[in-house]
Design a protein around this ligand. Structure first.
Ligand SMILES: [Zn+2]
Length: 71
């Protein structure tokens, strides 16, 4: 089992899709809780980190840490 690596600004796919039909979420705040924003309808939700990780399916796009330029 590999640990999922995610960071601020990443686009992630959740196991359960949002009611709007999109299942892509952007990480817009990280802390003890993680705030994610639905790419489809821009609705944001705050979820505990543990809950977020259990619902996370995969990382779709990673922004990198600034060491590399954007693609
Ligand atoms: Zn949505």
């Amino acid at each position: 089992m590999e640990k999922k690596q995610y960071q601020l600004g990443d686009i992630v796919q959740m196991k359960k899709q949002h009611p709007c039909g999109s299942n892509e979420m952007e990480i817009i705040r990280m802390g003890m809780d993680i705030r994610i924003k639905c790419v489809g309808c821009k609705h944001s939700v705050l979820v505990p980190r543990v809950k977020f990780e259990s619902k996370l399916k995969k990382i779709l796009r990673s922004t990198g840490t600034g060491e590399t330029s954007e693609d």
